[in-house]
Design a protein around this ligand. Sequence first.
Ligand code: SF4
Ligand code: SF4
Length: 781
Amino acid sequence: MSRPSTLRSEPAGPGGQPTGRVAPLTQYVLKLASRCDLACDHCYVYEHPDQSWRRQPRMMAPATVLAVAERIAEHAATHGLDAVRVVLHGGEPLLAGAARLDATATTLRRVISPVTRLDLRMQSNGVLLTPAICDVLVARDVKVGISLDGDRAANDRHRRHANGASSHHQVLRALALLRSPAYRSSYAGILCTVDLTNDPIRVYEALLAEEPPRIDFLLPHANWDSPPFRPDGLATPYADWLLAVHRRWLADGRPVPIRLLESLLATAAGHGSHSEAVGLGPADLVVVETDGTFEQVDSLKSAFDGAAATGLDVFRHRVDDAAAHPAIAVRQTGLAGLCGTCRACPVVRHCGGGLYAHRYRAGDGFDNPSAYCADLLKLVRVVTTAPAAEEPPRPADSLSPQVLDDLASGTGTAGSAEQLADVHLALVRALLVALSERAASDPVAAEGWRLLVHLDDTHPGAVRAVLAHPFVRWWARRCRDGAAELSHLACVAAAAAVRARVRADLPVPVRDGVVSLPTLGALAVGPERGVVRLVTDDGEVRVGVRRVTADAGRGSDPAREDAPDGWLPVRPVHGDGVRLLLEDTDPYRDCYDLPVEPRLSAAAAQRWVRQLERAVRRIDAETAGYAAGVRILLRAVVPLRTEPTGRSRSAAAGTAFGAVAVTAVPDDAALAVLLVHEVQHLKLSAVLDVCDLFDPDDTRTLSVPWREEPCPVRGVLHGVYAHLAVADVWRHRPGPAAEGHHRRYRAWTDTAVDALLDLDVLTAAGERFVQGMRATVDGWP
Ligand code: SF4
Ligand code: SF4
């Protein structure tokens, strides 16, 4: 290590204590840059009383980075720390550029990693993120969190350039980069500062649309001298804002971890908080400024000039000295470090007095409750005491361990299937909210969006039924990527209006001569393309002089020939609790690698519908454990073109969640097997949407008995999960042929489960999931 001879145990700075036994520090915020390319008006670095940034060098010099790294390594070795977290921060750390970031991360890893595990992160506004920088982040294993306050209107309220220009499109570009498969491993999440002016649900949906691995909400900086903004004298507006998010998050099945809420739930379960904003855990964190000085947490800069200073630096002082500084040490003492009011508070175990900076009042410093006390009290009470019946089970990576275990058995209860369906719906809603901003500049889409938002308030069931349709998600996904027409949003809204049996009058697009109404069917209108005016009223649809009854009941008879009025209804499959459609009209059913059948004749449709009804009944009778998944998750069956060889084919796509595509098969028994098999793929896709079961960066492949070429881990997992179910179906059928099929699929499952467990590629949740499958196979006679 450099400078070893200068290492001395010195008294801490003004007011400091000599080092003695100190609680070690495991988290380090490194100010790589002390300037920023944005000028957010809520920034605690530049817009608050502490203006010390003006005295700092613009960038942390390589020699300072090395000194910091050595100090951290020394501290970790002294205290035998298992791991430390280093967060590259600013100002804006991306101002350092790719080369300096690379050098910084390399130095930190070279010096710290031999001593302890280094969790290296960065917090950024994202504006300057480029593929070259992402390459560095992935190569050096740096996880980056991006600051985003919601949709464009919300984000523009504060997060602007110095000339007032919006940063929103630049931040979205950064998030798109981080979402891409090449860089996803470096995507840590989104940090959002609460602003009461923004609608909480719109903010939540905008954040969810960016598919972050994690969301964190931050209360705006305030203290007793500079109290939180409270409109109209409201007592707890911040709690109310966060509780609106909390309600929606619970209703959505917790599709993404929200750190503040998860932390409160963790304290309610008797665990530690994951956030310095709540809980009684020690705040074992120190900041290193660009000149190498140790400081206390950045948020203190909102209190007074010099509030975060310690008088210590990495060249002359050890981390032990910083840890022993009274202002840092007091934050390690949990309950004892709080004021009398907090210590006597009934929710102190969950709240912990809130963020340290929010307790400041001139005269008595930080010996106060939080300036957000009333909000925290209400938030804690509601979040930590919500009745269990109203809450879905606690998630592990977003799905509860119970649900994960239930699905891992291969089958799954109706409750687990409903939770997967809820997650799907939340993802669709998030995609639509992301599209709604672009819809504002498309007159057809804009009218559709307004109608959909209105119906979501007045007839949520009708909207839900349409949004759950598999090909709405596929269309929205392609639309987000610029590969589908935004105006189809009007068709989605019109279908919801028909289902709600309300009057609506809006423009809709015509494609290939038809207006498509998802879940209902299509209306042939004449012109190949263009826009027509569509009026719905009490389940009827009128385009020009054409008037048809388009509500769901119209398609109930599959034997009915397509009427001369041009209405091509989707044919429903009937059965107790079945919500299944034979889908041969939706233009977005083309998401498979296999060619789909065009519109079927009435006779062909009737054969399909009757056979599907019998196949579902057969699944109920012979393998009831799979019936819930089929009944709840399967929304559409798409007929595929028969291959010249006559070979049966089937497919499912997570991006069209709820749909299965199949060629015509000879008998009900074969169709039942195909449906169970493909619904397994849907279930696993939904699990993988919200839960990492394996390391996505691991590109190794596995040899599997059912394919000649080696398979990536994702493919093996899918294969095993489907074959487990198929083996189970054959297990329940009589006869030597069924016995043979069962043995073959069981052997495939056995071999691949062992291979997965041996490869050391599964996450903890993944291992649990695969062990669940292993237990099912081992439990068969
Ligand atoms: S991006 Fe961050 S550091 Fe930069 S001005 Fe905004 S809040 Fe401050
Ligand atoms: S709710 Fe108020 S009094 Fe209670 S611990 Fe939190 S800040 Fe302190």
